[in-house]
Design a protein around this ligand. Structure first.
Ligand code: SAM
Length: 295
């Protein structure tokens, strides 16, 4: 079992498979990576994932950059060991042609980043993205049963705060007999350029609390999921030191094959050249270095 010195057991692995992206979102943290220009191949991703799987990791999330820019993305997925869940975070622009292949390769579900339903705002946020392509991608993903699909909406003051309920209804429009689509409202991690867009999601949390028929608290980051008459919404508060950091069971691997202990920390450990027992030992050592970022 991978347990750090704060009693947090690592059960989730997030692997960035590329740093390349076809959008330029105004707020993007790039998963905290600096682009080295190197991408590990499908075989190496599988080798690293297998060791984490043997050490008790249950869920794997593929991210980027934009993971669908990798031509071998289906090979990456089909080479993975049998995790309880393999999911992907994507901007959805390239999803419509690939959803079925991804499902057949072994992908269980997707998160699609969608901050607005307004095409003009979408273009502003992403610099050049076409909303239509994302909406088609979401439909294809639901058809291919890459569900429950989560819509990742980063909350931004003056940009999309007026769309939260509309987005919840949009997500719910896919839920006929089962919950296929959930809204995930994400607190913006601001930097000097985006600080002006920061809005604490608590104001929505309070509203959802009043509206909710049921509230589920997830192990991961103690995230609250509200079941409301408008749909299901989960709130993600990465700046919340008490719950998010104290209950973080996630570790990261960068697109160039390094362990990254935390999104907010610069610290990485290079795994290159390590295999078998050596690789396992390096992962154990890395986990011992994890600490809640806000301590
Ligand atoms: N290209 C893929 C996508 O768009 O989903 C995967 C990479 S993207 C960095 C992963 C997720 O991080 C997206 O849902 C995005 O909205 C979120 N994200 C990026 N920058 C963020 C920030 N500054 N604050 C909060 N969430 C952020």
């Amino acid at each position: 079992m991978l347990e750090d010195l704060y009693g947090r057991v690592v059960t989730n692995l997030r692997i960035a498979v590329t740093q390349r992206c076809n959008l330029r979102c105004i707020y993007c943290h790039r998963e905290g990576e600096k682009d080295s220009g190197k991408e590990i191949d499908a075989e190496r991703i599988a080798e690293i994932a297998k060791v984490f799987h043997e050490l008790g990791v249950k869920k794997l999330k593929i991210t980027g950059g934009e993971p669908l820019l990798r031509r071998d993305i289906c090979e990456v997925i089909s080479s993975l060991p049998e995790f309880e869940e393999v999911s992907m975070t994507t901007n959805g622009t390239l999803l419509s042609n690939r959803a079925m292949d991804l499902k057949e390769s072994g992908l269980d579900r997707v998160n699609v980043s969608l901050d607005t339903l307004n095409a003009e705002k979408y273009r502003y946020i992403t610099e050049k993205g076409e909303l239509k392509a994302v909406l088609e991608g979401i439909e294809s993903a639901v058809e291919a049963k890459l569900t429950p699909l989560k819509l990742n909406m980063v909350l931004m003051k003056g940009i999309n705060e007026d769309e939260v309920f509309e987005m919840l209804e949009f997500a719910n429009s896919f839920n006929k007999n089962e919950t296929n689509v959930i809204l995930q409202l994400i607190e913006l991690i601001p930097n000097s350029k985006t600080a002006r867009y920061y809005l604490n999601p608590e104001i929505f949390e309070e509203k959802f609390e009043k509206m909710a028929k049921a509230i589920k608290i997830r192990d991961m980051h103690r995230r609250k999921q509200f079941l409301t008459s408008l749909g299901v919404v989960e709130i993600v508060k990465p700046l919340d030191n008490s719950d998010f950091c104290r209950h973080c069971n996630r570790i990261r691997v960068t697109s160039d094959g390094k362990i990254k202990l935390c999104l907010m920390s610069e610290k990485t450990l290079d795994l290159s050249g390590l295999h078998g027992e050596e690789l396992k030992r390096a992962i154990f050592e890395a986990v011992k270095l994890r600490k809640p970022f806000f301590t």
